[in-house]
Design a protein around this ligand. Sequence first.
Ligand SMILES: [Zn+2]
Length: 195
Amino acid sequence: MQDSKLTDRLLSVIENDILPLTERGVDSGNKVFGAAILRKSDLSLVIAGTNDETTNPLWHGEVKTLNQFYELPSPPPTSELLFLSTHEPCTMCMSAITWAGFDNYYYFFSHEDSRDSFGIPHDLKIMKELYGLEPGGYRRSNAFFTAHSIVQMAEDTTGPTHEQLMKRIDAIRHRYALASDTYQSHKNATGIPLG
Ligand SMILES: [Zn+2]
């Protein structure tokens, strides 16, 4: 599979399937993080989800999506699936993805983006406090999974495709900045432990 085709599809899922859920979720006080699961074979969507920490602080976008996935009548084997996370997963979520048997995840925003652009430093803080890891210090490629940066995949393309993908990335960043403003404007009222 060409990387540009995969990159295009992952961006479409963020734009059309995850972001609309997240834009509603932040209105209810939830964080901006979302996720989706796709089939490797044809990149069709299995399920998309978004953060629901106002219900349960463990329901990060990834964990919530995994819960919904396992509630499907017959969820496909995870070896046949791709995991898309809008933000590089926290330690809980990367473990959940691992325990569920995925051999991959694809993320849009990095841990550093979560800290610097979203005012949410907890991923990096937990890695440092629990495991002594500096930013970028965990193994993105390991015996369980390979983590892929969608933005890096877009940056690696060339020609007109490159320009189109980078334009869409800018537009996605803009929509997330607006959603983040909504979240930050009322996060103190939500009671989420690590807001
Ligand atoms: Zn998480």
